[in-house]
Write a protein that binds this ligand. Structure first.
Ligand code: FMN
Length: 310
């Protein structure tokens, strides 16, 4: 069965954004969306989260930047990107021709840098909301990641909300002791939705050279290996906040997506799976529609957060 994009079965509203279906591509795994057009139908995708954008272009880290692991991969790309201005001028005009929601992922190394990037993106026509990657070191606060400290996470959220006319989705990190506490802080600071999780920090060593396999020494672990951590984070956040959640982490199949939705997510993002199964998002859209029909659900939202604990 192929899902009819006009059907209401899968349409969801998150942070005031109406998505045709709850399946998005995750930041950093599909460039600026346009790289995927030869492989998938963007009109059938709920939304595209772009590679992280900063106010100025960035070259990223030296190689090696990617290492395969069991059930996943480690990456330390170093947030290479073309910059917010080039995105608005070169990518957005093409991207807005598609019937999909466009969510630029935004980062900075100070609160001011986030604002600078947002101010450039505010000029862009065809952007539906922003996703804030707060897993970046705040160079003005000792280099601790914004995502690891409730006060820093709230401060950047609040500042971006003030600078933005569009909904703001804040992307949480699993590399924290209490993800619920960060979720609550970010919600109080005005976030319209949360997406979780970003990668889990990992490391790999070449036993022959005894050197780290990534030039950056550590990197972000992604793929099926992190799925149970991500489901747990979504579940805990769903108990802590009222704003909608977007689940991310190791999603490769319809069953994976359903697990996140039942845990409390209103949508999902597919990341690493795009590298080994570029059609994964399309299969998940069809699979979710099929599941709804088979179970007599009028809309996928009937499943949100329906995990049974007793
Ligand atoms: C190569 C690569 C680049 C990524 N770049 C970004 C990025 O620029 N911004 C961001 O917020 N997340 C980035 N991520 C994290 C993903 O968006 C996602 O949160 C994470 O990989 C977990 O999902 P997955 O297991 O489906 O890949 C990147 C992940 C990978 C694998």
């Amino acid at each position: 069965m192929s899902f009819n994009p006009q059907s209401n079965l899968l349409s969801v509203e998150i942070a005031g954004i109406r998505f045709n279906n709850p399946v998005l591509t995750a930041s950093g795994t599909c460039g600026y969306g346009l790289d995927m057009t030869e492989l998938i139908d963007l009109n059938k995708l709920g939304g595209v989260c772009t590679k992280g954008l900063s106010a100025k272009p960035m070259r990223g880290n030296a190689p090696w930047r990617i290492v395969e692991t069991h059930g996943g991969m480690l990456n330390a790309i170093g947030l290479q990107n073309i910059g917010a201005r080039a995105f608005v001028e070169e990518k957005l005009p093409e991207l807005r021709k598609y019937d999909t929601r466009v969510i630029p992922n935004v980062f900075g190394y100070t609160v001011e840098e986030y604002i600078e990037a947002i101010e450039i993106l505010e000029d862009g026509e065809g952007i539906h909301g922003y996703e804030l990657n707060i897993s970046c070191p705040n160079v003005k606060a000792g280099g601790e990641s914004f995502a690891n400290d409730a006060r820093q996470a709230a401060a950047v959220t609040e500042a971006v909300k003030r600078a933005s006319t569009r909904p703001v989705i804040v992307k949480l990190s699993p590399n924290v002791t209490d993800v619920a506490a960060i979720a609550r802080a970010v919600e109080s600071a005005g976030a319209d939705a949360l997406s979780l999780i970003n990668t889990a920090i990992g490391m790999a060593i070449d036993i022959n050279t005894r050197r780290p396999r990534l030039a950056n020494v550590t990197g972000g672990l992604s793929g099926p290996a992190i799925k149970p951590i991500a489901v747990r984070c979504v579940f805990q956040a769903s108990r802590a906040v009222r704003i909608p959640l977007i689940g991310i982490g190791g999603i490769a199949t319809t069953e994976d997506a359903l697990e996140f939705i039942i845990a409390g997510a209103s949508a999902v993002q597919v990341g690493t799976a795009n590298f080994y199964d570029p059609a994964a998002t399309m299969k998940i859209v069809d699979g979710l529609a099929e599941y709804c029909l088979r179970n007599g659900l009028e809309n996928i939202s009937a499943l949100f957060g329906t995990v049974i604990l007793e």
